[in-house]
Design a protein around this ligand. Sequence first.
Ligand code: PMP
Length: 354
Amino acid sequence: MKKHNFSAGPCILPETVFQEASQAILDYNNSGLSILEISHRSKDFVDVMEEARSLSLELLGLENKGYKALFLQGGASLEFLMVAYNLLEKKAAYLNTGTWADKAIKEAKLFGEVDVVASSENRNFNYIPKKYTVPEDADYFHCTSNNTIFGTQMKRFPKTSVPMVCDMSSDIFSREMDFSKFDLIYAGAQKNMGPAGTTLVIIKEDILGKVSRKIPAMLNYKSHIDKDSMYNTPAVYAVYISLLNLRWLKAQGGISGIEEKNKKKAQLIYSEIDINPLFKGFAAEEDRSKMNATFNLVKDSLKERFDKSWKDAGINGLTGHRSVGGYRASMYNALPLESVQILVDVMSDLERKA
Ligand code: PMP
C-alpha cells in the first residue's frame, strides 16, 4: 500500500510522474533506448533541457524579463558558495532564519564582509525577523523563503534597491509571488520540484560580471548560461523527472492552482494543532510555513502511542529534525489533502482516547 508521505525531502512526487519516469528508463519516446543511455547532446535530451528551462520561467512568470534558468549540480549547498563567488565583491547582507541560512552565511564569509541584518537564533529560529534594514551599499541581500527545519516561511520580503537572492529550496512553485522582485533564485529539486541531483537556478543576467576575482568555469554562472546549462554533462534523469513534475504542475493550473490546494492542507493541519490540547505548534503563528508544519506533543508520555498510531495509519516521515525535535509534517505540492486528513484523524483520535 502506498504510504502517506510527509517526508521533508527527498519527498513525495506525483504518482503519474513515477509511472512516466519508470517507462522512460525502459524505452524513451519509443526510441528503442533508455533515457539513461542516450547522449545529453542528442535532440531527445536537448529538447528535455530546453523545455524544463522554459517551463520553469513560464510557471514563475519570468519569461522575456532578462532571466535565465539553469539546472546545475551540487545541491543548494553549492549555491551557498556560488552566489558569493559570483556576486560578492565587498559586502553582502544576509538574513539568518536558521540552519540553511547560517550555512549560506558561512560560505559567503569566505569571499567578503557579511552583514547579518537580523537573526531569529534567540528563539531557536521559530520566527522570521521583521524589523531590519538592508544596507544600500551591499552587493546583494540573501534570504531563505522557507525554513524547512523550523517550519517558518517569509510572507513579506524587504524593499531594497540591491539585488535580491533567495534560497527557495523548500517552497518554490508552491505559492504565487512576484518572482521578478528577485535577481537570483535557487532551489535544490528534491523538495518541491523533482528528485535529488539537480538544482534550479534562475538568474537575471545583468547582475553578473561585477566582481573582480577570477571564477573557475564550473562555479561561474556565466559558463553555464553561455552553454545553455550544458557546460558539462547535466544530471540527465533528475532534469527529466523535474520536467515531468513541471508539466504536472502546469496541468494543475500552475502555481495559482496548486497554491489553493496547499492552503487547504495547511489550514487543516494547523487548525488541528490549535484546537487539540495534546499538541503545540513550534513556529510563531504569523510565520507558519504552508510546506512544513512543525509541532510537539505537550506530554512526552504520549509519544509511544502517537508514534505507533501514525505509523499504523500508513504515514511516513513525520519525525521532526533533530535540532527542533517533535514532529514535522511536510506537505509539498504532490501530497494529497486526504493524507493530511488521515494525520489529523490520528491526532484527534489520540485526544479522544487520552
Ligand atoms: N536550503 C534549504 C531551505 C533546504 O531545505 C536544504 C535541504 N534540506 C538546503 C538548502 C540544502 O540543500 P542540498 O542538500 O540540496 O544541498
